[in-house]
Design a protein around this ligand. Sequence first.
Ligand code: MN
Length: 247
Amino acid sequence: MSTDRRGFLKTAGGVMVAANVLGVSPLVGSAMAATESAEKKGAGALTEHVLPPLPYPFDALEPYIDAKTMEIHHDKHHAAYVKGLNTAEAALAKARAENDFAMIEYWSKKAAFNGGGHFLHSMFWKVMAPKGQGGGEPKGKLAELIERDFGSFAAFKAHFSAAAKNVEGAGWALLHYRPEDGRLIVLQAENQHKLSPWGTTPILGIDVWEHAYYLKYQNNRGEYVDQWWNVVNWKQVAENLKALGGI
Ligand code: MN
């Protein structure tokens, strides 16, 4: 190994320490530069993940979810997951290019956490809709499948609500489609990515991190969950299921 090579690795190590101390945002510029160099060295192609626009105005889900919560949640929290995912994937590519896996556990965890956050929030915005379009009950084939797999819509709603209200700490309640047997199941997720049995994909979810409801509901997560049903976009949930071949 040449002196130049050692010097470069030392600098790269410094960047990773900065990521630990300061959070992901300040690292993005350096990580993107590192990406280009990693690609040149044959570490593989990278996806540039992008924050999707909110499909309605910040105040569209009032009075159930307030505009300020939506603005911070989308523009700050979701944006941070997108940045964090890009940063983690760039760092992993750099590790491959340099054959230096000293930080593999750290960046692997960051990739899962931020990747889960990006995926779930991208779904979350779409499975909610303003007054007049959201709420009520599903129709057609989705309604039939919910009745088949949970007994009734009321039983599904009780199951899903209990899952949401009882997530330990920050997380989600999720309705998943499982292609193996073509059925719907309800699961909890801790943080953005834990408790998955694999082989299933969420088609509906509620974010029960405090950042999703605290400005309006404070510590009353149960009330937030109960009110959230008023904004569920069942048409989109059916589309999500269709896209997976479930309908
Ligand atoms: Mn969130």
